[in-house]
Design a protein around this ligand. Structure first.
Ligand code: KIV
Ligand code: ZN
Length: 389
């Protein structure tokens, strides 16, 4: 089964993102975020884990009742009660999905589940079959696939597809893999599993080593057609792959990838801000795409370059991802061109080159004392320079 002609974006901000300690959201907040994700044109919204609590069940159901243009998914462990609860929660959706998972790594099977590999396969098959009776769209994840035996993964995935799984998701649950390794695992599984072509393949990467986006993109290169990610990279521990980074990497480097996403990129910044405000997890200033400095230039060399031609130091347009424009920050590294350009924007005119020089000199002295020079500072500087000459 193919995804058609685009990379499917599966957003799990409301499920894995919410598992970030301190990020829990109310039903109303989840619905607001889900609406923003729908505007962003996310293909699938994982709205929560219905068996986790009554509140989570109600949130998933409310999202399923509200959203019409994205598929709504509920997570379930591989047991009957979880699957039935997830099925009930997503039933009102225009398009629903049940996502069931069970751990497959030796350490998880032995120490956490205390099940033999045979028992794990049995549970996976029973869970997928039960889910397929409730929903025609079922995703199966072998949890901790990144640390599982490839032979065992082949066995359980083949059985899950035979049982009716329509999407196979490969999680690097603890963010342990390196990009070539994760890509190699995907390639190996796709080659060795005889019925692999009957499912859409997906990657779900965590960021414990800061490699979630790199690993997801490496998997895309090897044939996955769905990437699971979250707004601002929110998620357990160090988080999940950041949706905005995946989307803009694929769009900016289309030459390197087989297809694009359907994401409405202008909605990236508003959605990022909404998630940050609701969860209280503020975005670091140097965060790619949505950090306040992502399109800001401070050094004179860079400002001069961008003023002459933006592509000298910009690989994307700020406007394309929701910013009003790029930003020239005036500080001690800034040069005369950026200083003059900002003054002109503010309507400050210099009567002579001498006056500009004097004002620029004063600006440099002030910049040594302050982190950032604001518009009011420039007005004051210009007046002082005019008086001084
Ligand atoms: O990280 C993980 O393994 C998960 C699964 C439930 C897909 O979030
Ligand atoms: Zn996860």
């Amino acid at each position: 089964m193919s995804s058609g002609d685009h990379l499917i974006i599966f957003d799990t901000t409301l499920r894995d993102g919410e598992q970030s300690p301190g990020a829990s959201m109310t039903r109303e907040e989840k619905v607001r975020i889900a609406r923003a994700l729908e505007r962003l044109r996310v293909d699938i919204i994982e709205a929560g884990f219905p068996a986790a609590s009554r509140g989570d069940f109600e949130s998933v159901r409310a999202v399923a009742e509200t959203i019409r243009d994205s598929r709504v998914c509920g997570l379930a462990r591989a047991n009957e009660a979880d699957i039935d609860r997830a099925g009930e929660a997503v039933a009102p959706a225009a398009a629903g999905r049940i996502h069931t998972f069970i751990a497959t790594s030796p350490v998880h099977m032995e120490k956490k589940l205390q099940l033999t590999p045979d028992q794990v396969v049995e549970r996976a098959v029973a869970a997928v079959s039960r889910a397929r009776n409730l929903c025609d769209d079922v995703e199966f994840s072998p949890e901790d696939a990144g640390r599982s035996e490839p032979d065992f993964l082949c066995r359980i995935i083949e059985a899950a597809i035979d049982a009716g799984a329509t999407t196979i998701n490969i999680p690097d649950t603890v963010g342990y893999n390196l990009p070539e390794q994760f890509a190699g695992l995907i390639k190996d599984l796709l080659q060795r599993i005889p019925n692999a072509h009957r499912a859409v393949w997906s990657a779900h990467c965590h960021n414990d080593l800061g490699l979630a986006v790199a690993n997801s993109l490496a998997a895309f290169g090897e044939g996955v057609r769905q990437i699971e990610c979250t707004i601002n990279g929110l998620g357990e521990r160090a988080g999940n792959a950041a949706l905005e980074e995946i989307v803009m990497a694929v769009r900016t480097r289309q030459d390197e990838f087989p297809c694009d996403t359907r994401i409405e990129a202008k909605e990236l910044l508003p959605t990022s801000r909404l998630v940050a405000n609701i969860t209280g997890f503020q975005v670091q200033p140097n965060k790619a795409i949505v950090g306040v400095n992502a399109f800001a230039h401070e050094s004179g060399i860079h400002q001069d370059g961008v003023l002459k031609h933006r592509e000298t130091y910009e690989i994307m347009r700020a406007e394309d991802v929701g910013w009003g424009t790029n930003r020239m920050v005036l500080g001690k590294h800034s040069g005369r061109n950026a200083f003059r350009a900002r003054c002109e924007e503010l309507g400050i005119r210099f009567d002579s080159a001498g006056q500009l020089n004097e004002a620029f000199q004063r600006f440099k002295e002030l910049a040594d004392k302050k982190h950032e020079i604001f518009d009011e500072d420039l007005q004051a500087l210009a007046t002082e320079a005019a008086v001084a000459l």
